[in-house]
Design a protein around this ligand. Structure first.
Ligand SMILES: *[C@@H]1O[C@H](CO)[C@@H](O)[C@H](O)[C@H]1NC(C)=O
Ligand SMILES: *[C@@H]1O[C@H](CO)[C@@H](O)[C@H](O)[C@H]1NC(C)=O
Ligand SMILES: *[C@@H]1O[C@H](CO)[C@@H](O)[C@H](O)[C@H]1NC(C)=O
Ligand SMILES: *[C@@H]1O[C@H](CO)[C@@H](O)[C@H](O)[C@H]1NC(C)=O
Length: 303
């Protein structure tokens, strides 16, 4: 009897047919952006033509989490891995990769064991998490700095307005501008506090949203500051239009950044915020220039 066994052993040793071979992957990473985590397991030398020749078992740290039994064509999950699944038809091509929802994916070592009739094999894959910051450190700084700069410039304009254009019948608008200005300043500061560097989170996104959306109020305030001081000559209209376009750019950038998970449109958003602040600066410089001329040449206009 034993020559037959020896022959079988020899046959299997020579052709390596008793062993399933894997395309080895040491580890895979996922980030905040992966909704589903795929842990790869690919058999190189699968020969099965029918699913009923196959059996797959996945383990996490030695404990069963998923199995597929081709004889009954049924899969099962164990423990808290309710979302664990496999693309069963792909199995005939050797692909036994496991899919898990991000919320259930635990970090660490997984093993994939595939049996094809009498052949079998096992491979190990480590699942890792990688923190990907939403914005780069420089982008974070620019996003916070320029809206705050624009706020400061607004207060500069408001200072010129109160010092040089005192007029009793403007008080209602002045008070409104003051109140809205304070609210805008407070909201942008709160947004900057929420918008801490790090990976995408609801808190982060809220902070960014507050900063960008509230910046729009500065445009309104800018308009009223001009209206109640030097008026709206065409140069001022140009500044306000430039600011409006910059704001639109920033808001479009914001919505792309929030919807895309990985914000490739950060530069668009930042360009919008920078141009917005520059328009505010231009407004302040122009207003100062006109105001100092008006003091000596004309009395301030009251319109
Ligand atoms: C996460 O998503 C990236 C990009 O889509 C992909 O390359 C990567 O394989 C995914 N990671 C896992 C573990 O599924
Ligand atoms: C294994 O890797 C080779 C090349 O690296 C590729 O041609 C083959 O398709 C892979 N097999 C599976 C089952 O993914
Ligand atoms: C096995 O079950 C899957 C669904 O779970 C089905 O798509 C497939 O056709 C079945 N295969 C066989 C051979 O019964
Ligand atoms: C996974 O296994 C590798 C080697 O097999 C080991 O270096 C690593 O520390 C393990 N990771 C965890 C999280 O246990």
């Amino acid at each position: 009897m034993w020559p037959l066994a020896a022959a079988l052993l020899l046959a299997s040793a020579c052709c390596g047919s008793a062993q399933l071979l894997f395309n080895k992957t040491k580890s895979v990473e996922f980030t905040f952006c992966n909704e589903t985590v795929v842990i790869p397991c690919c058999v190189n030398n699968i020969e099965a033509e029918n699913l009923n020749e196959l059996y797959v078992k996945w383990r996490y740290k030695g404990k069963d989490i998923y199995s597929y039994d081709g004889v009954v064509n049924k899969s099962a999950t164990y423990g808290d891995f309710h979302s664990a699944r496999m693309d069963v038809p792909e199995l005939l091509k050797g692909d036994a990769s496991l899919k898990i929802d991000k919320s259930e994916a635990l970090l660490g070592n997984y093993s994939c064991e595939v049996t094809e009739l009498s052949r079998e094999g096992e491979t190990f894959i480590e699942l890792k998490y990688r923190v990907v910051p939403w914005f780069s450190p420089n982008e974070n700084i620019l996003i916070v700095i320029f809206p705050i700069f624009a706020v400061l410039l607004f207060w500069g304009q408001f200072g010129i307005k109160t010092l040089k254009y005192k007029s009793s019948h403007m008080d209602e608008i002045t008070i409104a501008v003051l109140v809205v200005g304070l609210v805008t300043t407070a909201v942008i500061i709160v947004g900057a506090i929420l918008f801490v560097p790090g990976e995408y989170s609801i808190k982060n996104a809220t902070g960014l949203g507050l900063i960008v959306v509230t910046t729009g109020l500065l445009l309104l305030l800018h308009y009223y500051v001009f209206k109640t001081t030097i008026g709206i000559p065409s140069f001022v209209i140009a500044i306000l239009v430039m600011q409006l376009l910059a704001y639109v750019l920033a808001v479009v950038g914001l919505s792309l950044c929030i919807s895309a998970c990985i914000p490739v449109h950060g530069p668009l958003l930042i360009a919008g915020l920078i141009i917005f602040a520059l328009a505010q600066l231009l407004g302040l410089v122009y207003m100062k220039f006109v105001a100092s001329n008006q003091k000596t040449i004309n009395p301030p206009r009251n319109n």
